[in-house]
Design a protein around this ligand. Structure first.
Ligand code: XIL
Length: 382
């Protein structure tokens, strides 16, 4: 895959040089393309997103579907070759790890962590506290529970310590708190909010997480932070106030679920203002959906839609590249067949949101990212 000039792999470079592998790694014989690479050739192509991202130190991630990893050969190979960071799309969520109260099931999450180690990838932990995908014994909707406020507090503390300790040392960034504000910038009145009588739970959870795994980077993660507005402003004020209270928060995750039906957000200025608070920032769940056909959910209604999608992908990656504090760029999966979008945004139908098609072939959106990374030599190293 790739543009012909990007296809120069270590082996083909050696072939060009008369088949003498000894020349590979010599700065004069093989310029630029392999200059950053260690002498032992890694198991991924020089034109992969991960290899190209490494030139600026930017990790390129993906959400991982554990029903495919290991069993679907093509899916597994792409995950290993293209990405330098992985996020569990579902298997680290509370409903998955503690479906039965007091009984932890870490198997699938452990398998993903083992895969990441084997393939020299970093792990984004997703997510410790959210109002969705909670176990039934705790809450069916995130807003109501049969437990008392004191019990809610106790189970949350237990959960944070159990999960952080289980993965201690294995997780690079944790999404500690996910989606605590609504689009009007009001705190969601979840079971956590109710138990604490306000947003005080956020500071407590970050403090517990830091105690349990002092080396992990701790993130607040949300959608629509890309756009300046009441929600982004509310999270900005939250981070400022957490910093003032010396709460250990290290980063803000911009989910980046974009749609061509809305204008492109002022993402870079939002990344910059959070970075100016001393935070790392990251694009954590990027997808760019468009209107699609009801009976072919990944076929755009407008045949020119992919141009708008390419533009959104490119601009969001370049916004991250331009901001030194932006340490990872993570699409929310990579194959349109496995995307959450068609099932979630279906009235009207949207889809075609990822960079590989339903057959796991790279789309034009993939090549745009590849080219942007290849041309990013002037971006600040991180
Ligand atoms: C989604 C998953 O992709 C789906 O498989 C699941 O059914 C629902 O959750 N914001 C988040 C992610 O933080 O955890 C969500 O993932 C997408 C929105």
């Amino acid at each position: 895959m790739g543009r012909p000039w990007l296809l120069l792999s270590v082996t083909s470079a050696a072939a060009l040089l008369g088949g003498q592998l000894a020349f590979v790694g010599s700065a004069t014989a093989v310029p630029d393309l392999v200059a950053d690479r260690p002498s032992a050739a890694p198991a991924y192509p020089a034109d992969s997103l991960r290899a190209l991202g490494a030139r600026t130190g930017l990790k390129i991630g993906t959400a991982v579907n554990m029903d495919q990893l290991g069993s679907n050969e093509k899916y597994t190979q792409i995950t290993a070759e293209q990405f330098s960071s992985v996020t569990a799309e579902n298997v680290m969520k509370w409903a998955e790890v503690e479906a039965v109260r007091g009984t932890y099931t870490w198997e699938k999450a452990d398998q993903m962590v083992a895969f990441a180690k084997k393939n020299k990838q970093l792990v984004r932990g997703h997510t410790l506290l959210w109002h969705n995908q909670l176990p039934a014994w705790l809450s069916s909707d995130g807003y109501t529970t049969t437990l008392s406020n004191d019990e809610v507090k106790a189970v949350l503390k237990k959960h944070v310590f159990a999960q952080l300790r289980h993965f201690k040392g294995d997780v690079w960034q944790w999404d500690v708190v996910n989606e605590a504000f609504d689009d009007n910038g009001q705190p969601r009145e979840t079971i956590w909010y109710k138990a604490w009588g306000g947003t005080g739970y956020i500071a407590d959870v970050f403090r517990w997480a830091h105690q349990a795994d002092p080396k992990a980077l701790l993130f607040y993660n949300d959608y629509n932070l890309e756009f300046t507005g009441p929600k982004s402003n509310a999270v900005y004020e939250l981070v400022k106030s957490l910093k003032a209270q010396r709460v250990p928060i290290h980063g803000v995750g911009f989910q980046g679920h974009l749609s061509t039906q809305y204008g492109y957000p002022d993402l870079q200025s939002n990344l910059e203002r959070f970075a100016a608070l001393g935070q790392k920032v990251a694009l954590t769940e990027v997808d760019v959906r468009t209107f699609t056909q009801a009976d072919a959910v990944n076929t755009p209604v407008n045949p020119l839609a992919s141009y708008a999608q390419e533009s959104y992908w490119s601009r969001s990656l370049k916004a991250c590249l331009a901001v030194r504090a932006c340490i990872s760029f993570t699409p929310w999966g990579f194959g349109d067949s496995y995307s959450w979008v068609p099932g979630w945004f279906d009235d009207p139908q949207e889809g075609a949101a990822l960079i590989y098609d339903e057959q796991l072939n790279p789309k034009s959106q993939y090549y745009v990212l590849q080219q942007d990374l290849a041309l990013a030599a002037g971006a600040p190293r991180r």
